[in-house]
Design a protein. Structure first.
Ligand code: PLP
Length: 413
């Protein structure tokens, strides 16, 4: 009897705390709605690609907001390679890499990625978020320093939070400020300059030549996150370091398989062999998380083989990017960044960005408005992303839809 009463009291207490947690959570959700920063999710009912079906909208919507830069997410050969890997290697490994989760498929992909980036070795992760979460803690200790661009991706910021190095945040792409921080951190054992190769909200490219010169002058290492560059920037699509001619001066690269390289999932680090060896021993997201599924590794391998065989796809994307940027600029829009397939159409006002994106969908074009806190206040925009899979007529149609919507809202005359 006593035990039953105790159970009832305990279960009332649990109900009480759950009710209290619900109230707190609802209050927080209301705050997000009231601030106008609620992120809704539209539901796609087809494959990822330049033309998609979106639940609740008319058929065949033009998609201009995926990171599917090379159109490989639904490339027939990439899909076929995934199917073959699924059939040969199974659905998954039910294991982390070091227990019984390493297949020849993973080793082969790591070898190809090292070859692609021209670095000594490579380690795969389940995502680039994990690669960024796992790197800094292993490489840097309390005697070291990390110098990070203030606008680096959230996963870099989180990864740096996990390490015990002294932290220096330099102003966005500001070489003078970086130099000041390099001077301040002179007494540290290792110093690592950390930057996105391309910043995803503006499509702006890090000043890697200046960064590498400073790093050389002050004896620092350089790390770049290439999620928005791998596969298509530079003459052979190797990334920002190739574009700017500093492949031999950037020491460590993290990137993703979840954007240009097939778009499924997965991330990796390439760099000096002893670093990769140490990451396999100590990097927590690698040691304590499941292996990349075979179908994902198979698709990414095929995507990489396509890129290693020819740079035609990367070049066609560059031409399409310029077609969109030129068309929009001639119509009177302001497009941030230069030459990158991330083309932010700058609008300023958050509501305007959101309403214009809704109007674009009514015209059959799927784009998304970004506003504070994702971008600074007063700098709301629609971020358009070009893919090699878009046709010239897809691009022209989208420019026309922007012109119609922009005129309606007084953004252009
Ligand atoms: N780094 C940058 C710059 C990114 O844009 C992203 C994804 O949005 C990531 C890291 C995380 O990549 P993943 O999706 O592979 O975790």
């Amino acid at each position: 009897m006593f035990r039953r009463c105790l159970n009832i009291i305990n279960s009332n207490r649990t109900c009480g705390s759950i009710a209290q947690a619900r109230l707190l959570l609802e209050k927080e959700l209301d705050t997000i709605r009231a601030a106008g920063t609620w992120k809704g999710e539209r539901v796609i009912t087809s494959k990822q690609g330049p033309h998609i079906n979106v639940d609740g909208s008319r058929d065949d919507i033009l998609n201009f907001c995926a990171n599917n830069y090379l159109g490989l997410s639904s490339h027939p050969e990439v899909i076929q390679a995934g199917i073959e890997a699924l059939q040969k290697y199974g659905a998954g490994l039910s294991s982390v890499r070091f227990i019984c989760g390493t297949q020849d498929l993973h080793k082969n992909l790591e070898k190809k990625l090292s070859q692609f980036h021209e670095r000594e070795d490579c380690i795969l992760y389940a995502s680039c978020f994990d690669a960024n979460a796992g790197l800094f803690e292993v490489l840097l200790g309390p005697d070291d320093a990390v110098l990070s661009d203030e606008l680096n991706h959230a996963s870099i910021i989180d990864g740096i939070r996990l390490c015990r190095a002294k932290r220096f945040r330099y102003k966005h792409m500001d070489l003078n400020d970086l130099e000041e921080k390099l001077r301040e951190s002179q007494s540290s054992r290792l110093r690592l300059v950390v930057t996105d190769g391309v910043f995803s909200m503006d499509g702006d490219v890090a000043p890697l030549v200046g960064i590498c010169d400073l790093a050389e002058q002050y004896g620092a290492l350089v790390f770049i996150d290439e999620c928005h560059a791998t596969g298509f920037l530079g003459p052979r699509g190797r990334g920002t370091d190739e574009l700017l001619g500093v492949m031999d001066k950037v020491h460590i690269v993290n990137s993703t398989l979840g954007k240009a390289l097939g778009g499924a999932a997965g991330g990796y680090t390439v760099g000096p062999k002893p670093l990769i060896d140490l990451l396999r021993q100590r990097s927590r997201p690698y040691l304590f998380s499941n292996s990349l599924p075979p179908s994902v590794a198979g698709s990414a391998t095929r995507a990489l083989e396509l890129l290693l065989a020819s740079n035609e796809i990367a070049q066609s994307m560059a031409a399409k990017t310029m077609r969109f940027r030129n068309g929009m600029s001639q119509a009177g829009f302001t497009i941030a960044g230069t030459a990158h397939p991330i083309c932010p159409v700058m609008l300023g006002d958050a509501r305007l960005a959101s309403i214009m994106a809704d109007d674009m969908l009514k015209l059959g074009v799927y784009v998304i408005g970004f506003s504070y806190p994702v971008v600074p206040k007063g700098e709301a925009r629609i971020r358009v992303q070009i893919s090699a899979a878009h046709t010239d007529s897809d691009i022209d149609h989208t420019v026309d839809a922007f012109i119609q919507t922009g005129r309606k809202h007084g953004v252009i005359s």
